[in-house]
Write a protein that binds this ligand. Structure first.
Ligand code: PGA
Length: 253
């Protein structure tokens, strides 16, 4: 059985104090629930990773980074490397988020390089893919997804420790969620691609998360879909009440 991952992508939000307060409240909450097959992870701003991994060490959640450099080390002022993450027990790293593609000109080729670096450093990548509204309306969603998968996974061996997040760009931060059926169709398509390009065993075991305006009101129906294995949650993960409610729903799903 695939595990369910409930991951919070905080983006550029929260102060140090707010982060600490949230993570301590999350610790208390997780001590009270039966998590079963659920893994909870928080991706705070990089500046707070050290404090966050310290709190997570004594708690039932893990920590992820929102990004890494495309380089392994060296003279790249302001950048953070995969080996730095590993040395602080950061478990996951989001790569290929549509905001990084759009505002920081990240290409599939760069994401492929980051994926390789993360694999070498044994940090689990959460690889984001997804189409724009225009692409969906033109009916080329599956073509776009295939193209992203082909380029991002070029020359990558999968041995299990990779997560994919399907995030339709038109649903991110817009309040407009893909319907469970729309999401399921693409998740199933991604799994088929994994079967065709890797193996049935890999396709069956790799978690595929949904992201894009996931919230307490829709997470249950999304998680009921056979190929949706959790959520990459932005806005709703900033609020401890909403985020805990989503974990609670996932644990009972
Ligand atoms: P959202 O963000 O939940 O606020 O739509 C999701 C994401 O960007 O990962």
């Amino acid at each position: 059985m695939r595990k369910i991952i409930i991951a919070g992508n905080w983006k550029m939000n929260k102060t140090f104090q707010e982060t600490e307060e949230f993570l301590l409240e999350l610790t208390d909450f997780l001590n009270e629930v039966e998590l079963n097959n659920i893994e909870v992870t928080i991706c705070p701003p990089a500046l707070y990773l050290e404090m966050a991994t310290d709190i997570a060490f004594e708690s039932k959640f893990s920590i992820g980074s929102q990004n890494i450099s495309v380089h392994e080390f060296g003279a790249f002022t302001g950048e953070i490397s995969a080996s730095m993450l590993k040395s602080m027990d950061v478990e996951y790293c989001i790569i290929g988020h549509s905001e990084r593609r759009k505002y920081f000109n990240e290409t599939n080729e760069m994401i492929n390089t980051k994926l390789k670096i993360l694999r070498r450093n044994k940090v689990i990548p959460i690889v984001c893919i997804g189409e724009t509204l225009e692409e969906r309306e033109m009916g080329v969603t599956k073509k776009i997804i295939t193209h992203q998968l082909e380029e991002v996974f070029n020359d990558i061996e999968i041995d299990g420790n990779i997560v994919i997040a399907y995030e339709p760009i038109w649903a991110i931060g817009t309040g407009k969620t893909a319907t469970p059926q729309q999401a399921q169709e693409i998740h199933k398509f991604i799994r088929k691609w994994l079967t065709d390009n890797y193996s049935e065993r890999i396709a069956e075991n790799l978690p595929v998360l949904y992201g894009g305006s996931a919230k307490p009101q829709n997470i249950n129906d999304l998680l009921k879909q056979p190929d949706i294995d959790g959520g990459l949650i932005g806005g709703a993960s900033l609020d401890i009440e909403k985020f805990s409610e989503m974990i609670d729903i996932a644990a009972r799903n």
